[in-house]
Design a protein around this ligand. Structure first.
Ligand code: ATP
Ligand code: MN
Length: 250
């Protein structure tokens, strides 16, 4: 009918506009219709008013800035086609929140994004600084932007750490709080910790698993190894064993 035709026309115009937008040019070929649909829905629902430039183009996801009213937000778009979803599927194993989602590619990516959002919420409730999740639509996550108009806040790997002992204490405490909340990050390192407004933030919780995951212990050990070795290189008296013991201690 007439309303449906109008809606289709509006969507086509939206898709064309995004496809032509400079910041999406390089990526145009990898966005499928479902992704345009998700971005359109986020605009319709008032979560996004204008798209900004790319912050990061990773293996599985691209992160962009966008405006929501006057507020800058971060938009993480998982590329359904590029996603290594067989690997993604394995990170959902044993997670009581995502039982029986099967192995359909789109469903796995969608579950992954919902998992990232709920992990961010759970981490925040546990007293760990992370970007606040704002909205989820299919393979797209809208969240709080860590940065200024000048650009995104830097990763720990990119800054000179003034006081590594204090930074280590904070990351140590975050790792323990996550674990107490039943989560293991699974990719914790200086690349997924951001220094923003004088505070440390943990990002990238998509692959974080609950402690019920069959590999939770291995992931925790790896996280502790990455973190302790990084801070040891900064001159801190840190070891993976000591960190692991601290995190697991009651
Ligand atoms: P990669 O494979 O490059 O690690 P990824 O899929 O792991 O990417 P993220 O780590 O979540 O995705 O994001 C990639 C980069 O984008 C981060 O290292 C960070 O610099 C930036 N970024 C992500 N989320 C935000 C945010 N909320 N605010 C500001 N910058 C962000
Ligand atoms: Mn990352």
């Amino acid at each position: 009918d007439r309303i449906a035709r109008k809606r289709d026309r509006e969507f086509s115009e939206f898709r064309k506009r995004i496809k032509d937008a400079d910041q999406f040019k390089v990526e145009a070929s990898v966005f499928d219709d479902a992704t345009y649909g998700a971005l359109y829905k986020l605009v319709q629902d008032g979560h996004i008013d204008a798209f900004g430039g790319p912050i990061s183009t990773g293996k599985e996801a691209n992160v962009y800035t966008a405006l929501s009213g006057d507020t800058e937000v971060a938009v993480k778009v998982y590329r359904i086609n590029a996603s290594d979803f067989k690997d993604m599927r394995s990170y959902l194993d044993g997670d009581p929140r995502f039982e029986g989602i099967g192995s359909d590619k789109k469903k796995v990516v969608t579950a992954w994004v919902r998992k990232e959002s709920s992990n961010l919420k759970r981490a925040r409730r546990a007293g760990v600084r992370t970007p606040e999740p704002i909205a989820v639509e299919r393979n797209v996550l809208v969240m709080e932007y860590l940065g200024t108009e000048e650009g995104r806040s830097k990763r720990l790997s990119e800054v000179h750490i003034e006081n590594p002992e204090t930074a280590y204490e904070v990351v140590k405490e975050y790792t323990r709080r996550l674990y107490d909340a039943g989560l293991v990050h699974g990719d914790l390192s200086e690349y997924n910790i951001v220094f923003h407004e004088g505070q440390l933030y943990i990002i990238d919780l998509g692959q974080a698993v609950t402690i019920h995951h069959p590999n939770a212990d291995d992931f925790l050990e790896r996280d502790c190894r990455n973190v302790a070795n990084f801070f040891a290189r900064q001159g801190v008296d840190a070891t993976p064993e000591e960190l692991l013991a601290y995190v697991r201690e009651y």
